[in-house]
Design a protein around this ligand. Structure first.
Ligand SMILES: [Zn+2]
Length: 198
């Protein structure tokens, strides 16, 4: 039986995506054995994240500044917004360096099964951004899952009466594919070949 401190740390790590109790325990042991070289830097990084990261009021990206670096960048195209489910999708798309506009993070996807309704997502703020004017194109970059596509259609409906072009990522995306897991070439391709929502 490990000490209470180790149990607590292992339990905290076990809640991370992709880590179960066994891997969490292994990680804790690994860290303890490398206290100087690994635990210190990890602590510093965690502290920096806790103290500095904020959510962007405009797009809900996570950054060390608010508005985030993307929203605050005057070189980015102010007239187009790319809508994504989660911050990880934003980061994946931005790594592909093809989209030059700004983003909007929904914070999830519509899901009857998980009880996620439109009002649970950041959709109202998106409508406000579009309603404020100055937007030419809204790119719906939802994951190629059933729920992602349901979400895209819902948003397309809500935007129907605004004078904006609504496009979505090309269906070169593998079915069930999550943006975060795609390589940058595939993402760039899907973005380049984006098409109007039907
Ligand atoms: Zn932002």
């Amino acid at each position: 039986m490990a000490s209470q401190e180790i149990e607590t740390l292992a339990a905290a790590l076990a809640r991370l995506p992709g880590l179960g109790p066994r891997s969490a325990r292994r990680a804790v042991l690994w860290l303890v054995k490398r206290r100087e070289n690994s635990l210190g830097p990890l602590l510093d990084a965690l502290e920096a994240v806790r103290d500095k990261l904020v959510e962007c009021d405009l797009c809900s990206n996570v950054d060390t500044q608010n508005p985030c670096g993307i929203c605050a960048d005057p070189r980015r195209d102010q007239r187009s917004i790319c809508v994504v489910e989660d911050v990880s999708d934003l980061w994946a798309l931005d790594r592909a360096k093809l989209f030059t506009g700004r983003y909007h993070v929904l914070g999830g996807k519509l899901s009857a099964m998980d009880g996620v309704r439109p009002e649970d997502l950041n959709i109202g703020a998106l409508l406000e951004r579009v309603q404020a004017g100055g937007i030419d194109e809204v790119v719906l970059a939802m994951n190629a899952t059933l729920e992602g596509q349901t979400t895209a259609h819902y948003i397309a409906d809500r935007l129907e009466n605004f004078p904006v072009r609504i496009t979505q990522l090309a269906h070169g995306l593998p079915v069930g594919g999550e943006l975060d897991y795609l390589d940058e070439g595939t993402l760039a391709q899907a973005l380049r070949a984006r098409r109007p929502v039907d």
